[in-house]
Design a protein around this ligand. Structure first.
Ligand code: HEM
Ligand code: HEM
Length: 182
């Protein structure tokens, strides 16, 4: 279950791929809802995006707690000091975005007066009140953070692909389920 000295355990992998699926869902649904004419379908897409986004905040909290309480495996072999530094920053930024994204989304819809109809079933109370300036700031934070995630994930994937293809050191196997690694 836990990470060992040489590999990531089941729980870390489960968190990693759950967040991947949630982020994929969030980006696809966001792009779709922003390009759908106002109406029932658009409303349903917004509800889905906001509800899953709030679930993402809970998952991020659990993942971060797990990360802080479980030792990490050793570095993958073949990483240069520069790559280690890059990985360190990529991980920091991605964890930061896992929180900033749902929090900024939540602040935007609450202070903007749109609210959250959780899975179309439950209108969440608005503890924040409405404030146009804060709503605008939160909206832009949400948009800019989305781009920061895209840029950071390209770096994350680039490094993985380079090691897999150029170094052929089974780097991606570290995070894939059902794999053995050296
Ligand atoms: C991990 C969580 C989340 C991710 C990855 C995510 C991702 C995105 C992305 C990529 C966009 C399109 C940005 C753009 O306009 O360029 C977007 C828009 C939006 N998101 Fe999220 N989101 C998340 C959580 C939330 C939450 C929790 C809420 C509200 C409770 C929310 C509300 C919105 C709204 C209302 C928009 C439309 C913004 C606009 O009209 O400019 N999001 N989101
Ligand atoms: C196709 C998608 C992805 C692939 C192939 C992938 C691959 C990997 C691999 C191979 C590692 C292990 C790196 C190492 O130990 O040196 C890793 C770790 C990590 N990945 Fe990804 N990743 C993907 C998507 C994501 C996404 C969407 C996020 C977050 C939004 C993310 C965040 C992280 C973090 C924070 C770590 C460090 C370990 C941890 O704390 O969980 N990854 N990833």
């Amino acid at each position: 279950m836990k990470n060992s000295q040489t590999r990531y355990g089941v729980v870390t992998k489960l968190f990693h791929w759950t967040i991947f699926l949630i982020f994929l869902n969030q980006f696809v649904v966001a792009i779709t809802m922003l390009n759908t004419p106002a109406g029932y379908t658009q409303g349903a897409l917004y509800n889905w995006h906001k509800s899953i986004g709030l679930i993402a905040l809970g998952v991020a909290l659990l993942r971060y707690t797990w990360r802080k309480t479980t030792p990490l495996p050793d570095w993958a072999p073949n990483l240069s000091p520069r790559e280690k530094k890059t990985i360190h920053w990529v991980e920091k930024i991605l964890y930061f975005c896992m929180f900033l994204m749902p929090i900024s989304g939540y602040i935007f819809v609450m202070t903007g007066g749109y609210g959250v109809n959780f899975f179309g079933q439950w209108q969440l109370p608005n503890f924040l009140g409405e404030n146009e300036t804060i709503a605008l700031l939160a909206q832009w934070t949400h948009r800019i953070t989305a781009w920061l995630i895209v840029f950071t994930l390209f770096t994350h994937w680039g490094l993985g692909i380079r090691h897999q293809i150029v170094h052929r050191d089974r780097y991606l196997q570290r995070m894939l389920p059902f794999t053995r690694q050296r």
